[in-house]
Write a protein that binds this ligand. Structure first.
Ligand code: MOS
Length: 698
């Protein structure tokens, strides 16, 4: 390539998988053509705790077209490696309402569903507890929280800071249980072959996952298979939101059914109502936040005590108190996490776990402090900007949060002179604006590997076990490869979405592009060194992503600022968000077109979290009662109006060789707080428990 060639990365590029999706030729997990498929329908428990005494399967088994009825007594056995949510149909114990207790496999899904209705179960129920509240007597300190963080931290003398504080904010905030509902539910097609030809897998799973290699690594030991005997294929995903970051009970069930019916491909699409069951969700959180400050708004103390719900099935603790540990320059800080084990399904990743609920609480608390002190909320944040990471003392790789706040305010049209709440009445509509900060750690998962092969005439094959949630990895990785190989994007033939490809790490924690991109750059550099500028056709090599030692010497984190305007009908309390603007500091943006979509998608999730989403668990029976998209509210086009995002032009070579940092989740973080802070500015009503309801404002 000539040195003056423009880099492909940084140029707005349409999704290269777009035409395949529009033409309907991009197969999602359930759509992979398989010969002679059979269909699985699961049955789930109607009690929240206890055991199954017996299942009468006679009527179901007698139905023509039924091939297998799986129960805890006859399902194929898993190995001793099976734990937590992967223990499916292995014993009669019921640990939550909605647990898989049986399944029917039949020639058609209609037959399977009808046969499922004929199963007759008898249970011995036990007392259950599904009600989360922060002062639950069972609250305990977990060993670690999601992300591997310490549950508790402390620096400075917090008690002295509060004893001598000029101003104190002491408040509780809560976020409800929420469920991931990508348009494509979790689906799996499983094929077991007893005598697979040499080199062919025993078990093939077409499953909608954010991590094909992760599914193999988690499930091969559970199923008693060598990793090489299992293959997971997932070239396209219809959204995951975190819940597809690892396998769940449905993958195990699909594999068990396939093993019971070798040679037949078993198709299983998790029904929408079961998306509120065994496939993960965001646990409810309660946050007790205390802020101590002097009269100039300098924070002298900060306490974040986070409480959340875990399950008897698998421990999962949302790391809600982590982000405030290093966001502001506070000398005295204490944070803690307490979990409460309930008779509920296992929580899992959902849309910036930890950061999303924790920063809602923290950024509303900051707004309350600003109001209390009569300081503009943007100014308050700038006064507490840390020079270096206050938690570790390390320098930032690049932290341009103040620019995001200042430039964002100007572009949004922020008016610091107009901060009195509940005073802007236009006709019968109250108008307000709110701000909140966003931050998300820059994570790189080690161990991704890329294979490069010169196809001749300057065209290259690039193979890596990455996945594309729909957010643009197909395109971003193609652009990264083109720049690394000094060729045009159209000369890159990319293959992703298959565990038969070189090892790929998870599309989660906003780490995908950073991790896979590093592997591609590493492999391309080695390729260039070995084969020079004119590689022979067929030249090929594989390389694992070079370790980035820079990250030991700095804190790399993404930042941003959200600005929201809300309008509230003074008579009905109806809330609309006519416009929202986010400005981000994320290093270099690889593909502006898809990056913008990720930011505005995340901001839309923030509006959704602030105003709509809430799963309501019935304390009597233990299930989510609003378990469909009619009653679990998500925003429609009419709710999402002018949402715009932009970023500071930048390049962070400490973070990745591409100069980029993670962008997947930061749009979600703080966006709900910006909306809620705007609701306060409009109405004077401070809502601390999500979602905001119309009657909160009347
Ligand atoms: Mo993200 S919720 O870590 O997939």
């Amino acid at each position: 390539m000539s040195p003056e060639q423009i880099r492909a990365g940084g140029r707005s590029t349409a999704r290269i998988d777009g035409p395949r999706k529009v033409a309907g030729t991009a197969p999602y997990a359930y759509e992979h053509p398989v010969p002679d498929p059979v269909h699985l329908v699961p049955l789930t428990s109607t009690i929240a705790r206890g055991s199954i005494d017996r299942i009468d399967t006679t009527a179901a088994e007698d139905m023509p077209g039924v091939l297998a009825v799986l129960t805890p007594w006859n399902a194929p056995r898993l190995t001793g490696e099976a734990e937590g949510e992967y223990v499916v149909l292995q014993n009669p114990e019921v640990r939550y309402r909605g647990q898989i207790v049986a399944a029917v496999v039949a020639e058609t899904s209609e037959i399977a569903r009808e046969a499922c209705d004929l199963l007759d179960l008898e249970y011995t129920p036990a007392d259950h507890d599904v009600v989360f509240h922060a002062d639950h007597p069972g609250a305990y300190t977990p060993e670690t929280v999601n992300g591997g963080f310490d549950p508790d931290t402390q620096r400075g003398d917090v008690d002295a800071a509060f004893a001598h504080a000029e101003t104190v904010i002491d408040r509780w905030y809560s976020t409800p249980e929420e469920h991931n509902n990508p348009l494509e539910p979790h689906t799996v097609v499983a094929l077991w072959r007893e005598s697979a030809p040499d080199g062919e897998p025993t078990l093939t799973l077409y499953t909608s996952t954010q991590h094909p290699h992760g599914v193999v690594e988690a499930l091969a030991p559970v199923l008693g298979l060598d990793a090489a005997a299992m293959r997971v294929i997932c070239p396209y995903i219809g959204g995951g939101f975190g819940s597809k970051g690892g396998p769940h009970a449905h993958d195990v069930l699909g594999a068990l059914a396939a093993r019971a019916l070798p040679g037949r491909a078993v198709k299983f699409a998790v029904p929408r109502h079961d998306m509120f069951g065994y496939v993960g969700y965001r646990a409810p959180t309660a946050s007790h936040i205390r802020l101590a400050a002097d009269h100039e708004g300098r924070l002298t103390g900060l306490v974040h005590e986070a409480f959340t719900q875990s399950s008897r099935v698998t421990e999962f603790v949302e790391q809600a108190a982590v982000p405030l540990r290093n966001l502001y320059d506070v000398p005295n800080v204490r944070t803690s996490h307490r979990a409460i084990t309930l008779d509920v399904p296992a929580p899992f990743w959902m849309r910036a776990p930890g950061e999303a609920p924790g920063m809602f609480a923290g950024e509303v608390a900051l707004d309350e402090l600003a109001a209390e002190l009569g300081i503009d909320p943007i100014d308050l944040r700038i006064r507490n900007e840390p020079e270096t990471d206050p938690e570790t003392g390390l320098p930032w790789s690049s932290r341009r949060l103040v620019e995001c706040l200042r430039q964002g305010a100007e572009r949004f049209g922020w008016d610091p002179a107009d901060r009195a709440p509940g005073t802007r009445l236009r006709g019968r509509t109250l108008v307000g604006t709110g701000v909140a900060v966003a931050t998300y750690p820059h994570m790189v998962s080690p161990g991704s590997e890329a294979h490069i092969r010169h196809l001749g005439e300057g065209r290259f094959s690039v193979r890596i076990g990455a996945t594309d949630l729909g957010t643009g990895a197909w395109t971003a990785l193609t652009l990264i490869a083109a720049d690394a190989l000094h060729c045009r994007p159209e000369d890159v033939h990319l293959e992703i979405g298959d565990s038969a490809l070189p090892h790929g790490t998870v599309a989660g924690g906003s780490s995908g592009t950073s991790s896979w991109g590093t592997a591609i750059v590493t492999a391309a550099e080695q390729f260039g060194k070995r084969f020079g500028d004119t590689p022979p056709p067929g030249a090929e090599l594989s390389a694992t992503a070079a370790e980035n030692r820079e990250l030991e010497h700095c804190t790399a984190q993404s930042f941003g600022a959200h600005f929201a305007e809300v309008q509230v009908d003074a008579d009905t309390g109806e809330i609309t968000v006519p416009r929202m603007f986010g400005l981000f500091s994320v290093g270099r943006v690889i593909n502006p077109r898809t990056a913008r979509s990720q930011f505005i998608g995340g901001m839309s999730f923030g509006i959704s979290m602030a105003l709509f989403e809430e799963s309501i668990r019935d304390p009597r029976f233990g299930h989510v009662i609003n378990h469909d998209l009619a009653e679990y509210h998500v925003p429609t086009h009419a709710d999402i109006r002018e949402v715009e995002a932009d970023w500071l032009d930048d390049e962070d070579l400490h973070a990745t060789p591409m100069g980029s940092r993670g962008i997947g989740e930061i749009g979600i973080v703080g966006s709900a707080a910006a909306v809620v802070n705007a609701v306060w500015h409009a109405t004077g009503v401070r809502v601390r428990d999500l979602p905001v309801r119309l009657d909160d404002l009347l």
